[in-house]
Ligand binder design. Structure first.
Ligand SMILES: *[C@@H]1O[C@H](CO)[C@@H](O)[C@H](O)[C@H]1NC(C)=O
Ligand SMILES: *[C@@H]1O[C@H](CO)[C@@H](O)[C@H](O)[C@H]1NC(C)=O
Ligand SMILES: *[C@@H]1O[C@H](CO)[C@@H](O)[C@H](O)[C@H]1NC(C)=O
Ligand SMILES: *[C@@H]1O[C@H](CO)[C@@H](O)[C@H](O)[C@H]1NC(C)=O
Length: 380
């Protein structure tokens, strides 16, 4: 009897361990200097040395997305264990598409001197490129391919290459999420070949996803569902899948998942390259109270490991927009003030996530032991 008991306990414990070692979404943050992603080839101002590293350490964040990476910033992050997501500026996409040497030159300046001492994991070729250069859309995939091939030619296999889209221009209506599809300008065939590339190279589909923007475009959306507020009336049902959604973030993520599935690719991981809520500005709902509620709700949701109804493991990573408020920009999206002091009380740390998991494990293990002992008693 004892043998059966230990064996089945062992079996259940191993099952438990395998089911709880899935990884939670990585939470990162974006650092940017310019207020728009337009064609400004002027170098952005240099940040004070260590400003970013100090801020990341204070927030206990270990993933950083750089919107305008420059060698000085990347150098300041050597040996910090902060994983880096680099963005190639939109104005370089067409030159890179036309000439692979330009892709190679970019890598020689931004990657080779630092990698792997700087943990560069991902490169986005452009950011919301379609919104800024719709007439050059056919250059996007050739540019991505040139960056990918150049990295491989240089023997770098662990950096994945993709591009980020903005939700409102790329995904058709997200109500209900299961009917969402990708929308492309007439005569353009980008998404299908891009998804094939991402699938072939184990890369992720990347999307800038702002419940704030969708909420502002759609007056019928209640504020609470955009802010992760739990309330009996804060839900939207998807009658096709029979799923009840309680927050707009999940609705938007599942729309992306549905659109990918409709295109024939459902297993490509999703990275949310930007999300956030402004703490100031002319709009009614841009205030620090709502911004804090949104970010806290987002972090709690991601740490819970609940995923989304269609994506059990959830998205692979989420980058909050953004690290610092920009001085004098009016709409403030920063998690920190320009002087680096904290705006919100939010715990981003990995530590509290693994701690949460451990306590869950302990509780489950205790419950299993109780069940086992009861079974033994009944059998006897
Ligand atoms: C980076 O991570 C390694 C291994 O996890 C650790 O030994 C090292 O102390 C870390 N370095 C910093 C600067 O945190
Ligand atoms: C590609 O770029 C390199 C470096 O800028 C330049 O030397 C070369 O002439 C370019 N090739 C073409 C075909 O434009
Ligand atoms: C993608 O991942 C799979 C499984 O992890 C691996 O077998 C395959 O070689 C990878 N492909 C590339 C191109 O890295
Ligand atoms: C930083 O800026 C904020 C907002 O302007 C202000 O409230 C805070 O006192 C400043 N902190 C320091 C240390 O200057």
């Amino acid at each position: 009897m004892f043998n059966t008991f230990t064996f089945s306990l062992y079996f259940l414990l191993s099952l438990l361990l395998t089911t709880t070692t899935f990884s939670l979404p990585t939470i990162g943050v974006t650092y940017s200097t310019t207020t728009t992603t337009t064609q400004s080839p002027t170098p952005p101002p240099q940040p004070p040395q260590d400003r970013i590293t100090t801020a990341m350490q204070n927030l206990k964040l270990t993933s950083l997305r750089l919107e305008e990476p420059n060698p000085t910033i990347i150098r300041s992050l050597l040996y910090t264990n902060i994983s880096l997501f680099l963005t190639i500026p939109n104005y370089m996409v067409t030159p890179i598409a036309n000439n692979r040497s330009i892709a190679r030159a970019w890598i020689y300046t931004h990657v080779l001197p630092f990698y792997p001492r700087a943990k560069i994991t991902t490169i986005s070729v452009g950011n919301a490129f379609l919104d800024v250069y719709p007439e050059s859309i056919n250059n996007l995939l050739p540019a991505i391919t040139n960056v990918h091939v150049s990295l491989r030619d240089l023997g770098i296999r662990k950096i994945s290459v993709s591009t980020s889209f903005s939700f409102v221009t790329t995904v058709s209506s997200p109500f209900p999420p299961s009917s969402a599809t990708f929308q492309e300008p007439p005569g353009v065939n980008l998404i299908g070949p891009l998804l094939q590339f991402l699938s072939d190279t184990n890369s992720s589909f990347m999307i800038n996803l702002y419940p704030y923007n969708l909420y502002r475009l759609r007056p019928e959306i209640p504020l609470g569902i955009a802010l992760f507020q739990e309330h009996p009336f804060n839900f939207r049902d998807d009658f096709t899948t029979g799923v009840r959604y309680r927050n707009l973030f999940d609705i938007m993520v599942d729309s992306v998942v549905s659109a990918m599935a409709f295109a024939g690719y459902e297993t490509i991981p999703v990275i949310v390259t930007e999300t956030g809520w402004p703490s100031a500005g002319n709009e009614l709902d841009a205030n620090s109270g709502y911004a804090e509620i949104y970010l806290r709700g987002l972090v709690k949701h991601l740490k819970s490991g609940a995923g989304t109804p269609l994506l059990k493991d959830g998205v692979k990573a989420v980058y909050v927009y953004e690290l610092f408020d920009k001085d004098g920009s009016g709409r403030n999206w920063g998690v920190l003030y320009p002087n680096g002091s904290t705006k919100y009380r939010i715990d981003f740390s990995e530590a509290s996530r693994s701690c949460l998991m451990n306590w869950n494990n302990v509780a489950l293990i205790l419950a299993l032991i109780v069940v086992e002992v009861c079974c033994m008693v009944i059998v006897h």
